[in-house]
Write a protein that binds this ligand. Structure first.
Ligand SMILES: [Zn+2]
Length: 169
């Protein structure tokens, strides 16, 4: 039923309406995967964060080879941009959930506080991948964004909080 096709890096996920095993539509999580062998090149082009500002496009001029170069290049561009925005969001949060205000629930092996990055306007719906549209939040608040009975108003409160922070900072 399953076939191993190679080691992948998860570059993000989105929610889509997809049929289940019985053909009934439900919310499905679709993961974006990038072959592991392309990963070092993605990182190599992102190591200099001063090469581009938060609103400008990441550099895309690093050489690529192979038949799938153009799709890899497009995927890499999205990945690098997303990585920069995620990194900025996590740094701006100073280890504190930008929704409930609690400290990160635990620490990563690297010593970084564990918070998750939430896209307030989903990329899948055409939301911009910008620092004023993402929030670094704790896993509880992240789940609440999707599964709370009033997740829409929860998301709106989060959007206002992030936008007011962006105006101050
Ligand atoms: Zn929280």
């Amino acid at each position: 039923m399953w076939r191993f096709s190679g080691a992948m890096v998860c570059i993000g996920f989105k929610s889509e309406r997809r049929p289940d095993i019985a053909g009934k539509l439900r919310d499905a999580i679709v993961f974006g995967l990038l072959p592991l062998e392309t990963f070092p090149r993605c990182v190599a082009s992102a190591v200099d964060p001063t090469a581009y500002g938060p609103t400008s496009e990441p550099r895309t001029d690093a050489p690529l080879d192979g038949p799938e170069a153009s799709s890899v290049q497009a995927t890499r561009r999205v990945f690098v941009r997303e990585m920069i925005v995620r990194d900025q969001a996590l740094r701006h949060s100073h280890g504190t959930c930008e929704s409930c205000g609690n400290s990160a629930p635990f620490t990563r092996p690297s010593g970084e506080p564990y918070l998750e990055v939430h896209h307030i306007d989903r990329l899948a719906d055409g939301g911009p991948d910008r620092i004023d549209r993402v929030a670094a939040i704790c896993p509880n608040c992240h789940a609440r964004c999707y599964y709370n009975a009033d997740s829409a108003s929860f998301n709106n409160a989060l959007r206002q909080n992030i936008q007011s922070k962006a105006q101050v900072g």
